[in-house]
Write a protein that binds this ligand. Structure first.
Ligand SMILES: Nc1nc2c(ncn2[C@@H]2O[C@H](COP(=O)(O)OP(=O)(O)O)[C@@H](O)[C@H]2O)c(=O)[nH]1
Ligand SMILES: Nc1ncnc2c1ncn2[C@@H]1O[C@H](COP(=O)(O)OP(=O)(O)O)[C@@H](O)[C@H]1O
Length: 206
């Protein structure tokens, strides 16, 4: 039976974010490793709902406001109610409680892309069914070539991969070592098989 806390139904308040057994899969890893590609694949093929986060980073040509991110100004960014927010490569990123609720209202199986600092904050704060996948590639050179393929120029790629946060996220931080499953995304065909196996093992495949 669902419990009410001070007349608030579970799933309507922060209390809900701590207590109700909604499912959330966190995807993290370095820039260009394939986090967004995997997220999109889970949405299309496994019925996950994407949690849309907020950023002050400029929109890329293929991105849409409200689908890929909520694109914010520095002023509008701070009007949201964040579970956590970070600075990454000189821009702000944050996941709002409203964004999580919106996703959970549509589906109890959700997926979010975060940096490793944000992922660690989720493990400290949420007691929902939480899983984390850390995505890597066996050769770091693949990251630069994938970012170029995504449309960034050489200077932008070098700058992005040199940022403190990008360098930090090249490795799984100690805090997440026991909480994350590792997925190597060198070969998309193999990654799809690994995803299928991991979701089946968790009972998250339907
Ligand atoms: N902590 C946190 N990280 C986020 C959030 N939204 C996106 N990120 C992370 O911010 C980093 C930069 O994202 P983005 O600008 O889309 O660059 P990309 O990694 O090159 O695709 C990535 O590691 C994302 O996972 C958020 O709400 N909170
Ligand atoms: N296994 C893979 N093999 C080759 N290219 C890939 C693979 N996975 C993703 N990509 C490509 O790499 C680029 C970066 O992927 P993306 O999902 O945007 O990375 P991230 O969100 O981690 O920054 C995209 O052009 C994407 O199509």
């Amino acid at each position: 039976m669902s419990q009410r806390v001070h007349g608030i139904k579970p799933c309507e308040h922060l209390v809900e974010l701590r207590n109700c057994m909604k499912r959330l899969l966190i995807i993290c890893g370095p820039s260009g490793v394939g986090k967004t590609t995997i997220q999109d694949y889970l949405v299309k093929n496994y019925g996950f709902e994407r949690v849309i986060t907020h950023t002050t980073r400029p929109r890329r040509p293929h991105e849409l406001d409200g689908r890929d991110y909520y694109f914010e100004t520095t002023e509008s960014f701070f009007k949201n109610n964040y579970l956590e927010h970070v600075e990454y490569a000189h821009y702000l990123y944050g996941s709002s409680r409203e964004g999580l609720q919106r996703a959970w209202q549509k589906c109890d199986k959700t997926v979010i892309v975060l940096d490793t600092k944000g992922a660690a904050a989720y493990f400290r704060q949420l007691t929902v069914e939480l899983r984390c996948w850390y995505i890597s590639v066996s050769d770091k050179k693949m990251l630069a070539s994938r970012l170029k393929k995504r449309g960034a120029d050489n200077a932008a790629v070098t700058k992005r991969l040199a940022s403190l946060e990008a360098q930090r996220d090249m490795h799984v931080p100690t805090e997440l070592r026991n909480s994350c499953h590792l997925i190597r995304n060198d070969d998309w065909g193999k990654t799809k098989k690994t995803i299928a196996e991991m979701l089946r093992a968790e009972g998250w495949d339907n």
